[in-house]
Design a protein around this ligand. Structure first.
Ligand SMILES: [Zn+2]
Length: 224
């Protein structure tokens, strides 16, 4: 029987009305179906209606994000979303605007005990979400060589604490497609990676399975 000591939350909280452009979240209809009905003190009957971009907060992107024939959320089986993860500590090399090089990526993988076929890979850069036109300059990205090597190891899912993996020099989403063309989904804006104490953890990343949708916020948890 699989045993664990800690459950670590790896998703940001979403704050309707407070998320920054262009990722606004609106909570509509959360109100009180007929507030005049008699109810016990402190009770109501709330049914929320959330309106938001699929890319707010900690979210998963499927191949359908960039590939017309790629799998959407409804086609991503749970086996691609749950499993052992290698946690790569890239904080030392993750300078703003820097594309993490193959050797830097491999060194972090080695420190984590290597990347095995079927692994989930969580990349800890120490940077969080950056917004605005100059976001690329304020967070690190990855080199194409590093991502290609990672894909070649047979990983099944990648997660990162930043809002993207490209650097400014790379055409829009070119590196997303390195993952997507191999059926690998990408989780962006992971939170709390510093709370992990082990380089290998069990990860559960379970988005809603929505037909025709390319991305969605999700809870990601790690078990240690
Ligand atoms: Zn993305």
């Amino acid at each position: 029987m699989f045993s664990y000591r800690r459950v670590v939350e790896l998703s940001h909280v979403i704050h309707p009305g407070k998320e920054r452009r262009p990722f606004e979240v609106e909570l509509v209809g959360a109100d009180r179906i007929d507030p005049n009905l008699p109810r016990a003190e402190g009770q109501w009957y709330v049914m929320g209606n959330l309106k938001h971009t699929a890319h707010v907060g900690t979210h998963i992107e499927t191949p359908f994000h960039c590939l017309r024939e790629g799998d959407d959320l409804s086609k991503i089986g749970a086996d691609r979303l749950v499993g052992e993860a290698a946690v790569l500590d890239l904080r030392d090399v993750a300078a703003p605007g820097h594309a993490i090089a193959l050797e830097e990526f491999q060194a972090a993988a080695e420190k984590a005990g290597g990347i095995r076929a079927g692994d989930i890979v969580l990349c800890h850069t120490g940077h969080s979400r950056h917004y605005g036109a100059d976001a690329y300059a304020r967070r690190p990205g990855f080199s194409g060589e590093a991502l290609t090597w990672m894909v070649e190891q047979g990983v099944k899912l990648m997660g990162v604490d930043t809002g993207g993996i490209e650097t400014r020099e790379v055409p829009e989403n070119a590196y997303h497609t390195i993952l997507f063309s191999h059926g690998i989904c990408l989780i962006e804006n992971l939170a709390n990676l510093a709370a992990l104490t082990q380089p290998r953890v069990m990860v559960f990343a379970l988005p809603l399975a929505v037909e025709g949708l390319e991305a969605i916020p999700l809870r990601v948890v790690a078990l240690e």
